[in-house]
Design a protein around this ligand. Structure first.
Ligand SMILES: [Zn+2]
Length: 483
């Protein structure tokens, strides 16, 4: 791949999370029985007229503001004409040369590097219906059914500049875009349900400035599919060029099973959609005050939150990354820290055991979680016991204080008893003791672990640590010191 420059642009369709469709009052509910959420308007029956849903406009504006776009106070709807069975009117109402928003910018991290990609435009349009083939694809199917429940769901189409230089960058962009849209509350962005869909275009340039043809890739249903399809396609195009061939402008699809892109159609000139202004909808004229009102309700967005966590709490980039990507974890973290607890201590527990248990299902209130952390940090119970308590809190919703009292959890802070355990551990590992005495400090962790194991995790770890350091300093003939 050396010597070639890759340029990638993305086109993303996001289903806006309104209660009803964009031009009629039909409900939008994922998984409803086929054709149960349709009316004359979204079925395109003669004589029916569209009425624009204010909430769809509001959600699109929220999305555009979260992506730093300029909102056009004047935009227009047009008809895009093409024939396909899932499009009952034989045209789609969309926006063309006067879109809702332009000139946005999204910042995101690729590894440790902060990147930015320009958003060329964001416009509103209606979703098409869904073809359901009797076989695996249209080829070889006996028949195809169409479900119009999806027809007329509001979509925001987001187009980026073709400036991303690697498949990994395109993936990082899309992951951040999804997070920002989720924070803005405009869509659930579930790629598996199709509420966030992405097409990509890619060109491979042998020399800067040389004109090359664009290849589009469709059917990218996951972040992994996006990254793999682009990597495959970049390599394929380089192979063609190395053989002295020419890359054809074409539309390809990602074959998940074969893990390769496959040609769908060769592009012979731009398709003629015969765009013309939608006669049944007036131009969309917005009030600047309404836009400012929407802007004022936008929450803190992921990058701002990340920066605040690092500055205000001194958290690592790893911890902030985990918290910011899972808003419910960030919420628990903030609520628990707000009561004056040590942020790093809280972050360790939230990104560790709490995150793991939350992934398995269930939730624990910040109040109960805080009580548990207080018992651990005060030494009333050990960290190992704390893990068990947290598991029970997730599994059965127990109160940590009551559960600890009920189970009789206590920590062992008896110096004589711990001294005896420590002596057994040290006499059991004479070689390691010698190595420690010769300067291998890191072995201390091993000895602590052995003592914790021998006490079923009930020993007070700080005391174990202290006693072990003393014992090892005095050699193997150590006796517990009287206080
Ligand atoms: Zn309808």
């Amino acid at each position: 791949m050396t010597g070639y420059e890759i340029r990638i642009g993305l086109e993303i369709h996001v289903e806006l999370a309104t209660n009803t469709k964009i031009f009629c009052g039909c409900a939008v509910e994922f998984g409803a029985p086929p054709n149960s959420q349709c009316c004359p308007v979204c079925l395109g029956l003669p004589g029916s007229l569209p009425v624009l849903n204010r909430a769809a406009v509001e959600y699109a504006i929220r999305a555009a503001l979260a992506l730093n776009c300029t909102i056009n106070l004047y935009s227009e709807f047009v008809r895009k004409n093409y024939f396909y069975p899932d499009l009952p009117k034989a045209f789609q109402i969309t926006q063309d040369d006067k879109p809702l928003a332009v000139n946005g910018l999204l910042r995101y991290y690729l590894g440790d590097e902060l990147m930015e990609t320009q958003i060329t435009r964001l416009h509103l349009e209606e979703e098409a219906g869904k073809s359901i083939h009797s076989g695996e694809s249209i080829i070889g199917s006996e028949y195809t059914s169409v479900d119009y429940n999806r027809a007329g769901i509001p979509l925001a189409e987001i187009v980026t500049a073709p400036t991303m230089n690697s498949p990994a960058q395109a993936r990082a962009f899309l992951e951040q875009l999804r997070l920002v849209l989720q924070y803005a509350g405009v869509s659930d962005c579930k790629m598996e349900n199709g509420s966030l869909r992405c097409d990509a275009n890619i060109t491979v340039h042998p020399e800067p400035g040389m004109r090359v043809e664009k290849v589009e890739i469709k059917n990218l249903n996951s972040f992994r599919a996006l990254e793999r399809a682009l990597a495959y396609e970049a390599e394929r195009q380089v192979r063609v060029l190395e053989r002295g061939g020419t890359v054809m402008p074409e539309t390809r699809t990602w074959d998940e099973r074969a893990q390769k892109t496959v040609r769908m159609r060769v592009k012979a000139g731009a398709p003629d959609y015969r765009y013309f202004p939608e006669p049944d909808l007036p131009p969309l004229e917005l009030d600047a005050a309404w836009i400012e009102e929407i802007r004022s309700t936008l929450p803190e967005l992921p990058l701002e939150k990340e920066a605040r966590y690092q500055e205000a709490y001194g958290l690592s980039t790893y911890d902030t990354g985990v918290l910011v990507r899972a808003p419910q974890l960030a919420q628990v973290f903030e609520a628990t820290v707000a009561q004056g607890r040590d942020p790093k201590f809280v972050a360790n527990w939230v990104t560790g055991d709490y995150a793991h248990l939350a992934r398995l299902g269930g939730t624990v209130s910040a109040e109960h979680f805080g009580q548990l952390l207080d018992m651990i940090s005060s030494g009333a119970i050990s960290a190992a016991q704390g893990k068990t308590v947290l598991q029970e809190m997730f599994a059965r919703g127990v109160s940590p204080r009551e559960f600890v009292a009920e189970m009789g959890f206590t920590v062992i802070a008896d110096r004589d008893f711990l001294g005896k355990v420590i002596r057994e551990v040290l006499t059991g590992h004479p070689e390691l003791v010698e190595r420690y005495c010769n300067g291998e400090d890191r072995l201390l962790g091993f000895f602590v672990g052995q003592v914790m194991k021998a006490t079923n995790g009930r020993a007070e770890p700080r005391l174990v640590n202290k006693l072990l350091v003393e014992a090892l300093a005095e050699g193997r003939n150590w006796q517990p010191r009287a206080e």
